[in-house]
Design a protein around this ligand. Structure first.
Ligand code: PLP
Length: 323
């Protein structure tokens, strides 16, 4: 039986219920994180927790739990459910509104909900990485002036509609322009383009979610690969001079993007920059397991010596693990 962590307790998934007056359900007032699990361990957990911490105040949510509690539940959910490779979802909702829609006015004893669940398996088959995927331009636009772009909010309908648009046209992803007509992001991915010997990606100001995989790729590209990287504002015509492009998210990692709106990107095949970054990224993912091992040995020995009463994340630089 699958179990979920809900508001401090492990419960069977089918009993993990959020109240009908929760503002997350009623108004989309909440945020979530999707965390990859590899080898039974959450990957890039520090970064996800950091984004979660920065996101909740944007929606006026003042959580009663600590990040250490979230981290502990996230680390525990794979073994509790026997999952080696999969995806953890951390969902935070604003909780019930007392007598109206105002966030922050909760009934006594209720408040923001914290739910941690897990799914098994890898969503993207290897064949997609070998061949690359195609995208279309979404008919909707990202409003880069909206604070919601920058948080992974429960308001996901626009992205889901775009994803359906892509599926209807037989491709994996739909790319959003922002209302200024600049390249922004995919429905559930960030976008990178290699052009003129540089690696380009739309800046956060273009109305994108600052993705975890995007941040890792930027670090790898600037650091280990020593690439010339720019975060900027780009027109859709960038694809005409692109040598390569790829998409990122926490579950897919680095996915070659080989066609947009029916036209090939570069020579229409995964390119060397993409492949090098994918290799480096996956090495880092594998290394996270090693880091977790190293950390848990350290934690065990510190706990033995009474140094550590609460498991906290941090202190391990992912780049150290593979360099
Ligand atoms: C709109 C949007 N942009 C970008 C991303 C990529 O973010 P991450 O790398 O944190 O998965 C996602 C992930 O779901 C997303 O929904």
């Amino acid at each position: 039986m699958k179990v979920a962590y809900l508001n401090g307790r492990w419960v069977p998934v089918e009993e993990a219920r959020i109240r009908a007056d929760d503002q997350g359900f009623l108004y989309g007032l909440g945020v979530f994180e999707t965390v990859r699990v590899a080898g039974g361990r959450p990957v890039f957990l520090d970064r996800h927790l950091e984004r979660l911490r920065n996101s909740v105040p944007v929606l006026g949510i003042d959580p009663p739990w600590t990040l250490a509690e979230v981290a502990a539940a996230v680390r525990e959910v794979p073994s509790r459910n026997g999952v080696g490779d999969g995806a953890i979802r951390v969902t935070v909702t604003a909780g019930p509104a007392a007598g109206g829609t105002g966030a922050g006015s909760w009934e006594e004893g209720s408040g923001p909900a914290l739910l941690v669940t897990i799914r098994c398996g890898r969503p993207y088959p290897e064949r997609l990485y070998e061949q690359g995927v195609a995208a279309v331009t979404a008919s909707g636009r990202r409003n880069h002036l909206s604070a919601l772009c920058r948080v992974k909010s429960l308001n996901h309908a626009e992205s889901i509609l775009a994803r359906r648009e892509a599926a209807a046209r037989g491709v994996l992803e739909a790319l959003f322009l922002n209302v200024a007509g600049e390249l922004a992001e995919g429905s559930a991915t960030n976008l990178f383009v290699a052009a003129g010997g540089r690696l380009l990606t739309p800046a956060v100001a273009c109305g994108i979610l600052p993705g975890i995989a995007r941040a890792v790729v930027l670090d790898l590209a600037r650091g280990r690969l020593g690439l010339d990287v720019e975060e900027g504002r780009y027109p859709p015509a960038l694809f005409e001079r692109a040598e390569e492009a790829f998409l990122t998210n926490a579950l897919m990692g680095v996915m070659p993007l080989v066609a947009v709106d029916g036209r090939p990107v570069g020579d229409g095949r995964p390119g060397p920059v993409t492949l090098a970054l994918r290799r480096a990224y996956e090495a880092l993912v594998a290394g996270e397991g090693l880091a977790a091992d190293r950390k848990s040995i350290m934690e065990a020995s510190m706990a033995d010596h009474g140094v550590l009463s609460m498991v906290d994340d941090g202190g391990v630089d992912e780049l150290d693990v593979v360099s």
